[in-house]
Design a protein around this ligand. Structure first.
Ligand SMILES: [Zn+2]
Ligand SMILES: [Zn+2]
Length: 75
């Protein structure tokens, strides 16, 4: 009873590349950054490959993922 979501996507915080979670990819093939599957602020799943803002909290994915990127100390 959990599969209410049409699909979920993983998004690269570096290049904004988006792949379906079903692809099983964990890291971006372009730059090796870890893909993010949910909003870092409210954990709402990313349900559209074209979404630029989170439907759960209205936050900009670009800004939120950039913050995550910095916090994890990826270089
Ligand atoms: Zn990337
Ligand atoms: Zn959110």
């Amino acid at each position: 009873m959990v599969s209410q979501w049409p699909a979920q996507y993983a998004r690269c915080p570096q290049c904004a590349r988006t792949v379906p979670v079903r692809s099983g990819e964990v890291f971006c093939v372009n730059d090796g950054a870890r893909l993010v599957t949910a909003c870092p602020a409210c954990t709402w799943p990313i349900t559209s490959p074209y979404a630029r803002y989170c439907p759960g909290c209205g936050g900009s994915y670009e800004a939120l993922l950039e913050a995550t990127h910095v916090r994890t100390g990826f270089r």
